[in-house]
Design a protein around this ligand. Sequence first.
Ligand code: AMP
Length: 222
Amino acid sequence: MKIILLGPPGAGKGTQSKVLAKRLNLPHISTGDLLRQNVAGGTELGKEAKRFTNKGMFVPHDLVTKMLVDRFQKPDLKNGFILDGYPRNLKQAEVLDGIFNAKKELIDIVIYLDTSESVVIQRLSGRLVCKSCGGNFHVKNMPPKVSGVCDSCKGELYQREDDKEATIRNRLEVYKKEVSCLLDYYKESNRLHAVLADEDAPVVLEKIIQLIKAGNDTSKVG
Ligand code: AMP
C-alpha cells in the first residue's frame, strides 16, 4: 500500500509515519529526513539544500525530486511505503503520479492531517529531535525521561534549525500558498481523506489506522 501523509509542518506527519510504518510493516520515507541526512553527511546535495532548509524555503524541485526518485529505486519498497514531506505542491504531486502511473501503479490513499495554526506553532517551537535515531520529543507534550537524551537510543536531542520561531512562520506561509491546489488535486482523483489532528498523537494515530483499515468513504473530503 502506498500512503501519503499531508499536512502543515507540525501536523505530526513524522511522528505518525514512524509509528504507522511499524504497525503496517512498511518503510517510512521522509524527504525532510533524507535532506537532513545529506546536510549532516556534508554531501553536495546537502550543501545545496541547507541554503533553503535553514530559511524554511522549499528546496528546488529537481534536487528534492531526484533524491526521492533515487530512494524509490531501493528494493525495500515493493509492498509500498508511507511518504511524508512530498508532495508539497501541485507540480510534485503530478511528478509523483507520473512515476507510478508509468509502472501502472497508484498512490492508494492520501491522508490530510488537518491541524490548527496555534497547535502547529506550539508543537514546533517545543520540538526536540534525536540526532541519532530521528525520534521526536516535545519539551512539554512528550518530554524525554532524561533532559536532552533520547529515551530509545540515548542519542543527543536538539532543536531543528528551522523550528526557531521566525522560520516556523515562514514555513507556514510557504505551506499555505501551496496547499489548496494540492488538496484539490487529490480530492478530484478521489483519494483524499482528512483527519482532525489537533489531539494527542495516539488519538490521531487510531483515527488514521481506522481510516486505512476501513477504506472508509465517510471521511473523504468532498
Ligand atoms: P520537513 O522535515 O518535512 O518539515 O522538511 C524540512 C525542510 O526540508 C522543509 O522546510 C524544506 O526546506 C525541505 N523539504 C522537505 N521536503 C521538501 C519537498 N518535497 N520540496 C521542497 N523542499 C522540501
